[in-house]
Design a binder for this molecule. Structure first.
Ligand code: SF4
Length: 275
C-alpha cells in the first residue's frame, strides 16, 4: 500500500501565527481568554486549556487579556473590550483582516454587500459586523439566484472553494448591473485544495484529518469525496477502521489548516502499521 501526504496539508500561515501569538502571550499571562476555540481542532484546544487559555462565549466572562483568534471578530467586540479596559491580543489572520477591510469598503461605497460563506461561521459573522450587519451571507447557487440589487459587492469567506465561488459569481454576473468582486479566498486554502484534489485523483482512498467543526477541513473532505474512490474525515487515529484499507493500493492523506503536524504524523504511522 502506498501512502502519500498531500502538499500543504495542515497548519496554514494564519493558524501558525495565531498559535505563536498565543504561546508568547501565555508566557506573560497565567490566564488568557479567547472567544471560541483558538482553532477548530479539539485536540489543540484541550492542550491550550491546560496552558491557561480559557474559551468564553461572551464578554461578561472576561476579566483579563483577550486573544482574538485567527477568524477575527466584529468591530463592536473591540469597542466593548476597550471599554472594559482589558488587553487585546489580536491574532486575526492578515488575510481575514483584508476581507474585513473589503467588506467595509464595499459597504462605505454603497454596494449591497454579499458575503459568500457560511453565515454561522465566526469569520463570516465578523465580516457581517464590518458592514454594520447590512450585508447578506449566501452559501449556495440557489441563494445567489435570489439576490436582488443593482449594485452588489462581493467578498468571500477565506476558506471557500474557488470552484463554488466561481459558480456563484457567474450567476450574479448574469443578473447584477454593477458587480464588484473581491476574491478573498486565501492562497493557503487554494493551494491545499488543489494539492488534495491532485492527490485524490491518484488515490483509492483519501483520509482527511481535522476538526469536525473545521470549515476548511470539511471543504477538503467534500473535494476528496468527489474525486477519490472513497474518503473519510477523521480527527484522530481512533476513528480509523482497518476494513477501509482492504484491497486499497494507494492512500492519500490531507489535513485542514488547523491540524498540527504531530497529528498528521501519528495517523500516517498508524496507517503504515496496518499493512
Ligand atoms: S486559511 Fe488562510 S485566511 Fe484562514 S487563517 Fe489560514 S492563512 Fe489565514
Amino acid at each position: 500500500m502506498i501512502i502519500e501526504i498531500a502538499e500543504n496539508a495542515g497548519f496554514c500561515y494564519g493558524v501558525m501565527r495565531a498559535i505563536d501569538i498565543a504561546n508568547r502571550a501565555l508566557e506573560k499571562h497565567k490566564t488568557l481568554y479567547s472567544f471560541g476555540p483558538i482553532i477548530h481542532n479539539p485536540q489543540v484546544v484541550e492542550e491550550y486549556e491546560k496552558k491557561g487559555l480559557r474559551v468564553v462565549e461572551s464578554i461578561d466572562e472576561v476579566d483579563g487579556p483577550v486573544l482574538i483568534r485567527s477568524h477575527g471578530v466584529a468591530p463592536e467586540i473591540y469597542e466593548k473590550l476597550r471599554e472594559k479596559g482589558v488587553e487585546i491580543i489580536d491574532a486575526t489572520c492578515p488575510f481575514v483582516k483584508e476581507a474585513q477591510r473589503y467588506a467595509k469598503q464595499l459597504c462605505d461605497e454603497g454596494y449591497k454587500v454579499v458575503i459568500f460563506g457560511d453565515k454561522d461561521h465566526p469569520e463570516v459573522k465578523a465580516h457581517l459586523g464590518y458592514t454594520n450587519y447590512t450585508a447578506i451571507a449566501i452559501n449556495s447557487e440557489e441563494e445567489a439566484k435570489k439576490v436582488k440589487a443593482t449594485r452588489v459587492g462581493v467578498v468571500c469567506q477565506t476558506t471557500q472553494s474557488v470552484e463554488r465561488f466561481g459558480r456563484v459569481i457567474e450567476i450574479l454576473a448574469k443578473k447584477i448591473r454593477e458587480l464588484k468582486v473581491f476574491n478573498t479566498i486565501c492562497d493557503a486554502t487554494e493551494k491545499r485544495q488543489k494539492a488534495a484534489r491532485e492527490l485524490a485523483k491518484r488515490s483509492d482512498l483519501m483520509i482527511v484529518i481535522g476538526g469536525k467543526n473545521s470549515a476548511n477541513t470539511r471543504k477538503l473532505y467534500e473535494i476528496c469525496k468527489e474525486t477519490a474512490k472513497n474518503a473519510y474525515h477523521i480527527e484522530t487515529e481512533k476513528e480509523i477502521d482497518p476494513e477501509w484499507f482492504k484491497g486499497v493500493e494507494r492512500v492519500g492523506i490531507t489535513a485542514g489548516a488547523s491540524t498540527p503536524s504531530y497529528i498528521i504524523e501519528r495517523i500516517y504511522n498508524f496507517i503504515k502499521e496496518l499493512k
